[in-house]
Design a protein around this ligand. Structure first.
Ligand code: NAD
Length: 497
């Protein structure tokens, strides 16, 4: 496998209507490797006109031609072919992602190896999108439902896990029969363009899958405001989701939003401390804390607070920062300059609020421009900004509690609700607390695991809708009720009935 620094600069084009084309803007921009600051790819700076032609292609493919006419079995066949290609190429795709976003290669490889599971799982649903017969209230009617594909999906992606988060949308959407226009993050355009090559190889007809990259938010804005898209599937920050909601309400475009969090990781005094320390690390320092489900608030029972913290700080100090492609590294850089600045800003915020840094807290320019130490902050109150706002970096806020009720109250006292974890050996408490937590995913004695067949999504400002699991296909269909009159009877035309 080539190392990142050896990679040549590759120039990409947009993928629209089954063709590789330059942007109508005539412009490109550069994608930079966050580890060494090296430009490694040049991609089109797509604009509203590119979005227009991509949406037109997706609409045409949805309405007429091979995809529109294909049965569920045909779609499933293409999806399984894609799964096989992804299984073959996962190493190259993982490397592209790591080179774009600086995530540890072993994390990217683990994720990429699993993408095929989504396409295989949802391919099994493509020919099982069944309506129902509705017991009619009137004898002369036969009533049934159809779940029809919603149409053209505008998918907007963040930079932390581009293809996994695309897959959360694309796999159920393809099973349903939708077509897609995808706008990857300006910071991580390459893996989505590489993925498009695999869609092409799998044989998806022109227009089913289109990619418009852009160096600014222009293409994304144009896409979500477009009158000819039928659904927005967005993963990113709550702030951007609100902006998208405002601009897309003009067209009343339905949306699923997968957003950020300030997830509580709750450790009770009967927890297995070694396992809990490991789970806390996984929650906040994996991927340098740049995960939507980061366990960024550590709630610790006062009885074990000091013992847990001692172990946690000792382990955190041994975390090895370094090249994302080195098997020895445990944390890579932050993914881009604005994200680095944001994390450094929040370290100042924590300090100004009176919280104390017990570990880390500094940038590490000696390793690379965008490295920040894994940081633990104590003396945090749940109403401080460091405990309420998403940092999206390796910064853990530690909060004490004394009772189960207090732990639940603190855990839920946030505008977010994406994930949470409970560490206890008491099975009754584990379930009781899991039920009381306002979060879309709760782990018991574990942290940061997702699966293609388990629903994922947020309560409160962590999102709308669910991805993954059987019901995810419903997010890409709309239901039609069909009434058939059986007896040729006439009735009072001026009365509802
Ligand atoms: P972001 O909100 O800044 O950007 C996300 C995408 O939206 C990018 O492609 C961007 O170009 C686009 N965008 C920006 N403004 C837009 C606009 N006005 N209209 C349309 N598109 C626009 O998020 P990010 O910094 O790329 O990613 C980090 C965020 O994503 C964090 O908040 C994180 O928690 C969240 N996230 C959530 C999940 C999840 O599944 N819940 C997963 C990963 C990341």
């Amino acid at each position: 496998m080539a190392s990142m620094t050896e990679a040549p600069i590759t120039t990409y084009q947009l993928y629209i209507d089954g063709q590789w084309v330059d942007s109508l803007s005539g412009k490109t921009y550069e994608s930079t490797n966050p580890f060494d600051g090296r430009v490694w790819a040049r991609v089109p700076d797509g604009n509203a006109a590119d979005v227009d032609r991509a949406v037109a292609a997706a609409r045409k493919a949805f309405k007429t031609g091979p995809w529109a006419e294909m049965t569920g079995r045909g779609r499933a066949k293409l999806m399984r072919r894609l799964a096989d290609i992804l299984a073959r190429d996962y190493e190259a795709l993982a490397l592209a992602e790591t080179t774009d976003n600086g995530k540890l290669l072993r994390e990217s490889l683990g994720s990429a190896a699993s993408w095929q599971d989504w396409y295989n799982y949802f391919s099994g649903m493509a020919d099982k999108i069944e309506g129902s017969t509705v017991p009619s209230d009137r004898k002369n009617f036969f009533v049934y439902t159809r779940h029809e594909p919603i149409g053209v999906v505008g998918a907007i992606l963040p930079w932390n896990s581009p293809i996994l988060l695309l897959t959360f949308k694309l796999a159920p959407g393809l099973a349903a029969g939708c077509t897609f226009v995808v706008k990857p993050s300006e910071f991580t355009p390459v893996s989505t363009l590489e993925f498009a090559k695999r869609m092409e190889e799998a044989g998806f007809p022109p227009g089913v899958f289109n990619v418009v990259t852009g160096g600014t938010a222009e293409a994304g804005r144009a896409l979500v405001q477009h009158k000819k898209i039928d659904k927005i599937a967005f993963t990113g920050s709550a702030q951007t989701a609100v902006a998208i909601g405002r601009s897309s309400i003009e067209n009343l475009t339905p949306a699923t939003y997968e957003l950020g969090g300030k997830s509580p990781n709750i450790i009770f005094d009967d927890a297995n401390l070694d396992a809990a320390v490991n789970g806390v690390l996984a929650g906040i320092f994996a991927a340098s804390g740049q995960t939507c489900m980061a366990g960024s608030r550590l709630l610790v029972h006062e009885g074990i607070h000091d013992a847990l913290l001692e172990r946690l700080v000792a382990r955190t100090k041994t975390i090895r920062l370094g090249s994302p492609t080195s098997p020895d590294s445990e944390m890579g850089p932050l993914a881009n300059r604005p994200q680095f600045e944001k994390v450094m800003y929040y370290l100042k915020v924590a300090e100004s609020e009176g919280a104390q840094v017990v570990c880390g807290g500094k940038a590490r320019p000696d390793i690379g421009e965008l490295f920040v130490e894994p940081t633990i902050v104590v003396g945090v109150r749940n109403d401080m900004r460091i405990a309420t706002e998403e940092v999206f970096g390796p910064v853990l806020s530690v909060i004490r509690f004394s009772t189960e009720e207090e732990a639940i109250e603190i855990a839920n006292d946030t505008r977010y609700g994406l994930a949470a974890a409970v560490w206890t050996e008491n099975i009754r408490r584990a379930h009781r607390v899991a039920h009381a937590l306002e979060a879309g995913t709760v782990w018991i004695n574990a942290y940061r695991t997702v699966a293609h067949n388990a629903p994922f999504g947020g309560y409160k400002m962590s999102g709308w809708g669910r991805e993954n699991g059987i019901d995810a296909v419903r997010e890409y269909t709309q239901t039609k009720s069909v009434y058939i009159e059986l007896e040729g009877a006439t009735r009072d035309p001026f009365v509802l009935g």
